[in-house]
Design a protein around this ligand. Structure first.
Ligand code: GRF
Length: 213
């Protein structure tokens, strides 16, 4: 069984989707532990409910970003994970952290990358009058939200939508695409090579699987 570590900072609805997919055998792996940058978040409760070891490791307890990331690496590596999954993890990673897990570190971002890296993606999509929005799963590289995209899900944006409606629509899709991508990785179908994502030996286009080139 492959081993997954999930890093969170909040609600953990993607974490839940991953836990459920493991329990149902859609992902042939186990979530070994969950680490959160915040205590008392729902994601930690979800881990506890699933009997998964869970820890809050708070950045404020460390001298700087490097010390925090080094401590996190030590904790994570006790589990010798095959894959480290960022699921609503609200911290910028040090280059050292990214290099340490390169090729086995993935993230989900609530926009159709390369559009809207960073924060407030739903608001920005609405303000720009976009008729489509979505989410992207990508390998993590040193560039913030800039690593090679593996899979995107697109949702419509309707007149009169507000941020909460768009966020819920995107979140719903996230819960489908993140477990799917994780299953590809766990089944040895997905790798990062030469700064690109490859699925079943095929180089994926810039916007991921099944995108129009
Ligand atoms: C998701 O929208 C994800 O794309 C972003 O943070 C949010 C996390 O939500 N990175 P949850 O904690 O998984 O509910």
């Amino acid at each position: 069984m492959k081993k997954i570590i999930v890093l969170i900072s909040g609600t953990g609805s993607n974490l839940q989707a991953i836990i459920d997919a493991c329990a149902q055998g859609r992902i042939q792996a186990t979530v070994q532990a969950v680490f959160s940058t915040r205590s008392h978040v729902q994601g930690l409760e979800r881990a506890r409910d699933a009997n998964i070891p869970s820890y809050a490791i708070r950045p404020s307890d460390y001298a700087d970003r490097a010390a925090f990331d080094d401590a996190l690496i030590r904790h994570i590596d006790e589990y010798a994970p095959d894959l480290v999954v960022l699921a609503g993890y609200m911290r910028i990673l040090t280059p050292h952290f990214v290099a340490h897990y390169t090729g086995r570190l993935i993230n989900i971002h609530p926009s159709l990358l390369p559009k809207y890296p960073g924060l407030h993606t739903h608001r920005r999509a609405l303000e720009n009058g976009d008729s489509e929005h979505g989410a992207s799963v990508h390998f993590v590289t040193e560039e913030l939200d800039g690593g090679p995209v593996i899979l995107q899900a697109t949702v419509p944006v309707f007149p009169g939508d507000d941020e909460a409606l768009v966020a819920a629509r995107v979140r719903h899709q996230e819960h489908a695409i993140y477990p799917l991508v994780i299953s590809w990785f766990v089944d040895n179908r997905l790798v990062m090579r030469d700064g690109t994502a490859w699925l079943d030996g095929q180089r994926l286009p810039p916007q991921g699987y099944a995108a129009d080139e």
